[in-house]
Ligand binder design. Structure first.
Ligand code: NDP
Ligand code: 2IT
Length: 474
């Protein structure tokens, strides 16, 4: 009898050890293969590691994922298209840029994700964004796969005609890879209403079709109300949900928003509407700190400055007589000047918050971070937030409102009707609430309750992984 017991225990121990080894091996092997194969793509490796390291509990609970090699398959895009974009500038000179569209995963719906026009764009950046987009889109509860694209074209300093000629040249190749049921691009850094307009116009010309092939369209030609506001509003709604878990709100809170583009502007607007005070904004030329707060009138000035005049943020400082820090990133400015805030909304670009800046944010009282940008915190900064147990909403959950309303734009296009502002805003609020709950539930069931990083990754992953199993080896 006692022998049998001993035997059983050792069996359990063995199988426990095997199970742990299996988990370790699966995740470690995937990361190590990506590190070797794509050593020249640091942002992509960073995004894969961040997701994969939190997926360990799913390996244990889902042997069917291991058998179907879901972990190995999900880190490889379905296809990556890279193309030449030749165009003619205002001086009559031929310019050549590189373009990409990376169709990462279409298990739960057509590829969906933005286009980024910025000189820093390369394959690593587009792959990291496309990979993140898979999980983000899954979290929205809408049927959208993940993709991303863009170009190293810099719209800054270009005339409207140059931007149009570039956008048309870009679409001259892209049109053969996209479609309303195949792949539906939208905006991102450097791509707003103007660029979407020129690209949509040219797609329509080439295909002779007026369809929902792009989102972020103008309201007169198939766009959705609230799409311009959606990413910023959504990021603030997500912060509200996180704060509510601690019986708190944004009322009377001091907030910092990085960037001054689409996401930053509507983040600042919603924070202010909810009773918070935004005291800082930035662009690639520097940072403004306005201790009096950026009220609605001042924000209207920023919107006109950035969206119409296409000027630089120092003009705000000149007009309102506040501090301007030329050439300085906003998180460095906060650290170097010990500026206090309660909430932070990084809304500019990837890896903007370093470990030192994260430590300084927390030292100066920040206890809520909601990421409007994609991957704005370095892995070391995330560790700092997690150790300090502050409320931290990672981009793929917190900024999912933008693509969610893109999904609603697709629905309206398919239905051939438009919803009111209130209808779309209500749907957005519900989606952000549901994403928040999904993250919390997954963190509770699989990891540590309240860890939104694991929660977002796991909740986003499960739906895609289960779908991939159902669809067979394709
Ligand atoms: P915009 O082009 O409208 O604005 C970007 C802002 O960030 C600008 O103020 C820009 O300054 C600043 N910025 C960009 N790159 C850098 C850089 N390398 N260094 C310093 N400042 C920089 O883009 P969005 O607002 O649309 O996008 C901002 C972030 O939000 C990105 O991470 C994007 O991926 C993410 N996002 C966007 C969504 C959307 O719907 N638009 C949805 C979800 C996430 P400057 O003008 O001087 O270049
Ligand atoms: O990063 C993002 O989610 C976006 N740039 C928006 C994508 C979209 O398809 O609306």
């Amino acid at each position: 009898m006692s022998n049998t017991t001993t035997l059983d225990t050792s069996k359990t121990k063995d199988s426990d050890t095997n199970q742990k080894e299996l988990v370790n091996m699966t995740i470690k092997q995937v990361i190590s293969k990506i590190e070797q194969q794509y050593s020249h793509q640091p942002e992509f490796i960073q995004a894969v590691k961040e997701v994969m390291e939190t997926l360990e509990p799913t390996v244990e609970k889902h042997p069917e994922f291991v058998k179907a090699k879901i972990y190995e398959r999900i880190v490889e895009p379905d296809r990556a298209v890279s193309f030449r974009v030749p165009w003619v500038d205002d001086k009559g000179e031929v310019q050549v840029n590189r373009g990409w569209r990376i169709e990462f995963n279409s298990a739960i719906g057509p590829y969906k994700g933005g286009l980024r026009f910025h000189p820093s764009v390369n394959e690593s950046i587009i792959k990291f964004l496309g990979f993140e987009q898979i999980f983000k889109n899954s979290l929205t509860t809408l049927p959208m796969g993940g993709g991303k694209g863009g170009s190293d074209f810099d719209p800054k300093g270009k005339s409207d005609n140059e931007v149009m000629r570039f956008a048309q040249a870009f679409m001259r190749e892209l049109y053969r890879h996209i479609g309303p049921d195949t792949d539906v691009p939208a905006g991102d850094i450097g791509v707003g209403g103007r660029e979407i307009g020129y690209m949509f116009g040219y797609y329509k010309k080439l295909r002779n079709e007026h369809t929902g092939v792009l989102t972020g369209k103008g309201i007169n030609w198939g766009g959705s109300l609230i799409r311009p506001e959606a990413t910023g509003y959504g990021s603030v709604y997500f912060a509200q949900e996180m704060l509510a878990t601690r019986n708190d709100s944004l009322k009377d809170k001091v907030a910092i928003v990085s960037g001054s583009g689409n996401v930053a502007q509507f983040t600042a607007e919603k924070v202010t509407q909810l009773g918070g005070k935004v005291i800082g904004l930035s662009d690639s030329s520097g940072t403004i700190i306005d201790e009096d707060g950026i009220n609605p009138e001042k924000l209207e000035y920023v919107m006109n400055l950035k969206n119409v005049k296409r000027g630089r943020i120092n003009e705000y400082a000149a007009k309102y007589g506040c501090k301007f820090f030329p050439g300085k990133g906003i998180w460095d400015v906060l650290r170097e000047n010990n500026i206090k805030c309660d909430a932070a909304f990084p809304s500019a670009t990837q890896n903007e918050i370093s470990k030192e800046n994260a430590e300084s944010l927390i030292k100066n009282g920040c206890f809520c971070i909601s990421e409007g940008a994609n991957m704005p915190s370095t892995p070391e900064a995330i560790e700092v937030y997690q150790k300090a147990k502050i409320l931290y909403g990672p981009g793929k959950a917190a900024n999912a409102g933008g693509v969610a309303v893109s999904g609603l734009e697709m629905s309206q296009n398919s239905l051939r009707l438009s919803w009111t502002r209130e209808e779309v805003d209500q749907k957005l609020q519900k989606i952000m609430k549901d994403i928040h709950s999904a993250c919390l539930d997954a963190s509770k069931n699989y990891a540590t309750e309240g860890d939104y990083v694991s929660g977002a990754n796991i909740a986003g992953f499960l739906k895609v992984a289960k779908s991939m199993v159902d669809l067979g080896v394709v």
